[in-house]
Design a protein around this ligand. Structure first.
Ligand code: ADP
Ligand code: MG
Length: 691
């Protein structure tokens, strides 16, 4: 039986033979401190050294174990010094080559000895060769071979596989005296493995284990651990949520008459998906449990308006609203939209950014404090201590993944003694499975319908050599009053370098197209400069806007119907989709040109083809997850959230269904296992701390 103060997670790896300060430090780089941590460091692949392959049956490119008698052992100098051995079994002869070897090695490997080698086989001129195999010398043949598959561990320099195997073998011995608690034992009956047998299995799988399943990561033993890990992450996010909801929020009552009359004033009708999301928000707001809701919708699906209705309702109920955007361009645009929508109703919209200075700033701050401003729209500036609200009731955060959980929550705390309701909008769709994990702390409304009348964007891949053709096509479009974006990208996240690239491009386009009005916008301009350029573009004074990826998020200029993206291979799919979403917002047919440079890797080509062939953000997000993994899809700030030891998305997607059943069940029936589960799987205890 496990005794509480004698747990594996409390025993340091230092007790193992061979663990001195150096190895201890190397292990700690993997987050391995305790014996339990070590046991959860699992192999990423296996070798089969259980069967001896006949030399005649060796296949090029495979790993194999062979055994034979040394017929010849020679040190040769042909180009470089090497030790060459001819090894013979009943079926044939294989050549073994060592390029680095000690004199004791060569002295041991003498004619007549029996040698068993494991390594990668190459056929050179039709006969098999092994370079630098692992080997053992026997005096007689027929010694028993390994009875289990050989694990290969993720490692680091100076730490060989033998060291890992040795340490883990010792750690496995602890399992009989200190079995880790099988936390899910009473929760899910249909599990094939308990935690101990899953660990034993994965560190030393029996010969008959399916190597293919193991490699693919979906062997039941792996799934057992992955499931537990995903549950732990899910629970830890729920904990964040519970903590958030400990404080009560103000009730914001529905007012169907006023909302209906607002909606009637709009030039369009809501889509059904928008209506549904609004209904969900209205019912959240009516409760004194703080809303934590995510609106997921594809680019252009009309999330902003849904947010505006929520804001209006809060304001009708005499509460203040804060709207936070990731960039100033976007904050500006929201301010314009909200003013258009709300100003006619006598609602005062304020704006606050890092560059709101002097008396203007003082006025905004005073208005908020004295409850004279109903709604403030801004960037990170809204977090600052001296931003004080009289009666904050709702916080709206646009384009979620640019902000960390901490920032999100910090803003709602400005409503004390209440907690403000929180509404979050994503930039692009997130695969459902991923959002189940990354946003387990949020309820989700999905806008899966586009406003009517949108035309599909046509996307083409064009090589940079044909740049001049593209330029004349852009010019022709601009001459017929269409507007275009020309987007410059860089790998490094350097505003300065990106700005420089955009400046150069703008200069060359101005030279080539003297009759076209070319604007330039990038992250190094100040707020007023950016504002001015955006409004010239909106009013049509600028035909062609050269920009960096600053326009990526949210910008809405319906007349722009052409976009050129330079070096699109440098961006992730979600980002490309988001960028492209700047066009296709009006009534004209829109076109997007992905202007790539050769040589393009096959993987990059595939990714660009996904963008070319689809405009469905949900599909593209799934592909992005497949290609780049969860960290990239969610944006760097959230990467820490998705650092799994064992689970892999989307590989383990199917498990997530069970996570969403089991996690609530644990909370209800066995809340006491929540802390040890989180402890076992998440370093630092809470997701929260990692962001
Ligand atoms: P996103 O979801 O990408 O944030 P926006 O909120 O910027 O999209 O909306 C895109 C455009 O669609 C805006 O110009 C907006 O006014 C318009 N729009 C929103 N809802 C509708 C609707 N139901 N019918 C027609 N146009 C709409
Ligand atoms: Mg938006």
């Amino acid at each position: 039986m496990t005794s509480k103060n004698n747990q594996l997670s409390k025993i340091s790896v230092g007790v193992l033979r061979g663990v001195g300060p150096k190895i201890k430090e190397k292990l700690s780089k993997f987050g391995i401190i305790s014996i339990e941590d070590l046991l959860f460091h699992l192999p990423f692949r296996y070798q089969d050294r259980t069967k001896i392959t006949a030399i005649a049956a060796l296949q090029h490119g495979t790993e194999a174990l062979i055994e034979g008698t040394i017929k010849l052992s020679n040190i040769v100098f042909r180009g470089r010094r090497s030790l060459i051995i001819k090894l013979e079994d009943k079926t044939g002869i294989a050549t073994i080559r060592f390029f680095n070897f000690s004199s004791s090695q060569s002295a041991n490997l003498t004619t007549g000895k029996i040698l068993r080698c494991f390594g990668q086989v190459r056929h050179v001129g039709g006969s098999p060769e092994l370079y630098h195999p692992e080997y053992r010398i026997f005096s007689t043949s027929g010694e028993p071979s390994e009875s289990r598959l050989t694990p290969i561990y993720p490692s680091t320099e100076g730490m060989g596989q033998n060291t890992w195997r040795n340490l883990i073998e010792q750690a496995l011995n602890f399992l009989s005296t200190h079995p880790p608690k099988d936390l899910l034992a009473n929760i899910s009956a249909e599990l094939n493995f308990d935690i101990t047998s899953a660990l034993v299995f994965l560190h030393a799988p029996p010969v008959n284990a399916s190597q293919r399943d193991l490699m693919a990561g979906n062997h039941p033993a792996q799934e057992r651990l992955a499931l537990e890990e995903l549950i732990a992450h899910n629970l830890s996010l729920r904990k964040v949520r519970d903590k958030f909801q400990e404080v009560k929020a103000p009730r914001i009552k529905d007012n169907s008459t006023k909302i209906a009359s607002f909606l009637q004033s709009l030039p369009f009708k809501l889509t059904n998906a928008q209506k549904r999301s609004i209904d969900e928000i209205i019912s959240d707001l009516a409760s004194n449990r703080p809303m934590l809701r995510l609106i997921q919708g594809d680019v252009g699906s009309g999330k902003t308006l849904v947010a505006a209705v929520a804001a209006l309702l809060a304001i009708i109920n005499k509460f203040q609203v804060a709207v936070m955007a990731p960039t100033e361009i976007l904050a500006d645009q929201h301010a314009r939209n909200f003013t258009n929508w709300l100003d006619p109703l006598g609602i005062k919209v304020s704006q606050l950014s890092g560059e709101t200075k002097g008396t203007e700033r003082k006025t905004v701050l005073d208005d908020l404090k004295e409850n004279k401003a109903n709604i403030v729209i801004g960037t990170h500036a809204l977090f600052q201590k001296n931003v004080i609200f009289a009666k904050l009731g709702l916080v709206i955060i646009d384009e979620q993944h640019r902000f960390g959980v901490h920032q999100r929550l910090a803003l709602t705390e400005k409503a004390r003694p209440y907690q403000a309701h929180q509404l979050v909008m994503t930039a692009t769709p997130i695969p459902r499975t991923l959002s189940m994990m990354a946003y387990a702390d949020l309820d989700c409304s999905v806008i899966d319908e586009m406003p009517p009348g949108r035309q599909k964007i046509q996307t083409v891949l064009i090589e940079n050599q044909r740049r001049n053709k593209v330029i004349s096509r852009v010019a022709a479009a601009c001459r017929t009053q269409r507007q275009a974006y020309w987007v410059c990208t860089l790998i490094e996240e350097s505003d300065a370098l990106e700005a420089e690239a955009a400046e150069k491009t703008a200069a060359s386009l101005r030279l080539a197209l003297p009759d076209i009005s070319v604007g330039l916008i990038h992250g190094k301009l100040n707020q007023n400069e950016k504002k001015e350029i955006m409004s010239s573009f909106i009013s049509g004074k600028i035909n062609l806007l050269v920009s960096t990826t600053v326009i990526e998020v949210g910008v809405d200029v319906p007349n722009a119907s052409l976009m050129i993206i330079e070096n699109p291979e440098r961006l992730g799919l979600a980002q490309l989709h988001q960028l492209r979403g700047r066009i296709g917002r009006g009534n004209t047919k829109s076109h997007c040109v992905l202007l790539y440079k050769q040589p393009l890797s096959i993987a990059s080509k595939h990714r660009l083809e996904v963008i070319r062939d689809s405009t469905d953000g949900f599909y593209i997000a799934e592909k992005d997850l497949e290609f780049r993994g969860p960290g990239e899809v969610l944006g760097t700030k959230q990467t820490g959230l998705m650092m799994f030891k064992i689970a892999q998305l989307p590989k383990h997607d199917l498990l997530l269904e069970r996570v969403s059943e089991i996690a609530p069940q644990i909370l209800k029936e066995a809340p006491h296992i929540v802390p040890p589960l989180i402890d076992r799987w998440i370093r630092g205890g809470e997701e929260f701390g990692k962001v």
